[in-house]
Design a protein around this ligand. Structure first.
Ligand code: NAD
Ligand code: TYD
Length: 339
């Protein structure tokens, strides 16, 4: 099969490219990526040496570029990871989130219709459900939980999900959606909680925890997410949504403390800073549907995944140091200076 992976130079997309190349020797993988600040061609170094892999630089919201690629490659499956993904950036500047996440998805959906693509898979997020209260540990997001978004990021992802479902119902396009919880692992851009905290602890710099650090996220090791997307895009029922994650809930403060302990750094590095506006309190996934239908459950306990991730960031200091010394430095100063 020919599989187009959009956003394949990003964190999860690049891990997914390697997942496909390793698990499906019969498939060709074509990555379409605009190479925004969040992309890393370095992450694709090994893939570029594989003859089953092709990289194309392009914007998913550019109709001509998408048309050209689809005409050339005649994809069987299109899996859409491409997105603007950072909540804090979406609060600072929502426009690009609407353009890429909503209009880009629509451009891909139209191309899939025109070219008779056998499956369009949308990689979405549990953030489309909004949040859960901290004092109700018995509540979880299911696929029936109403969409109730908090940030421009989650609103744009919900818009994309609704468009994908509309194309399934109105045009009969074979669409599937996964809504995943927070990922962590190699090649995550160091603006997100876990790599940000690891890189700052390693540099003995203050670690900015929003509010009191009580917010809860349901952490999933990136390889487990890749396995879920692969299963759903091949075997999931068209027109269906599958939640991905489960059973790895941690408060932000406990994640930060775990990182400090693993790196043998002092708690005095923790700095409580002004909270994020509209900060979602708790995300927690009920993975019953994907588990019952496709036999998927998270395989990596948090303790093991976080150790592996910390080791990777220690061993690959060059990768994130180069990012931190470039444009990202100006971003950090702008976003954190007055917190
Ligand atoms: P990321 O920010 O690390 O990477 C995004 C990639 O998309 C980058 O390579 C970027 O260059 C590319 N891109 C951005 N705009 C583009 C455009 N207009 N055209 C083509 N390429 C473009 O993101 P990530 O963390 O790997 O997330 C991937 C997907 O998974 C996103 O759709 C995100 O919403 C979803 N998701 C992420 C998480 C998480 O914890 N990271 C959790 C659930 C769902
Ligand atoms: P993040 O990695 O941005 O993912 P998301 O907001 O999509 O869940 O943030 C994870 C949690 O960590 C979230 O509750 C916000 C918090 N956080 C901090 O406390 N400090 C930080 O500097 C960042 C980036 C996040």
């Amino acid at each position: 099969m020919n599989i187009v992976v959009t956003g394949g130079a990003g964190f999860i997309g690049s891990n997914f490219v390697y997942y496909l190349l390793a698990h499906h020797p019969e498939d060709r993988v074509i990555c379409l990526d605009k190479l925004t600040y969040a992309a890393s061609m370095e992450a694709l170094d090994d893939a570029m040496r594989d003859e089953r892999f092709r990289f194309v630089r392009g914007d998913i919201a550019d109709t001509d570029a998408v048309e050209r690629l689809f005409a050339e490659e005649k994809p069987d499956i299109v899996v859409n990871f491409a997105a603007e993904t950072h909540v804090d950036r979406s609060i600072d500047d929502p426009g690009v989130f609407v353009r890429t996440n909503i209009m880009g998805t629509q451009t891909l959906l139209d191309a899939c219709r025109k070219h008779g693509v056998r499956r369009f898979h949308q990689v979405s997020t549990d953030e489309v459900y909004g949040d859960l209260p901290l004092d109700r540990p018995d509540l979880f997001f299911t696929e029936e939980t109403p969409l109730h978004t908090s940030s421009p990021y989650s609103a744009s992802k919900a818009g994309a999900d609704l468009l994908a479902l509309a194309y399934a119902r109105t045009f009969g396009l074979p669409v599937s959606i996964t809504r995943c919880s927070n990922n962590y692992g190699p090649y995550q851009f160091p603006e997100k909680l876990i790599p940000l905290m690891i890189s700052r602890a390693l540099a003995d710099e203050s670690m900015p925890v929003y509010g009191k650090g009580e917010n809860v996220r349901d952490w999933l090791y990136v390889e487990d997410h890749c396995a879920a997307v692969d299963a759903v895009m091949r075997m999931g029922r068209p027109g269906e949504v599958y939640n991905v994650g489960g059973h790895n809930e941690r408060t932000n403060l406990s994640v930060v403390r775990t990182i400090l302990q693993e790196l043998r750094k002092p708690e005095s590095l923790i700095a409580f800073v002004t909270d994020r506006p509209g900060h979602d309190r708790r995300y927690a996934i009920d993975p019953a549907k994907i588990s019952a239908e496709l036999g998927w459950l998270p395989a990596t306990p948090f303790e093991e995944g976080i150790r592996r991730t910390i080791r990777w960031y220690v061993d690959n200091r060059g990768w994130w140091s180069r990012i931190l010394s470039g444009d990202y430095r100006a971003y950090y100063e702008k976003m954190y200076a007055h917190r």
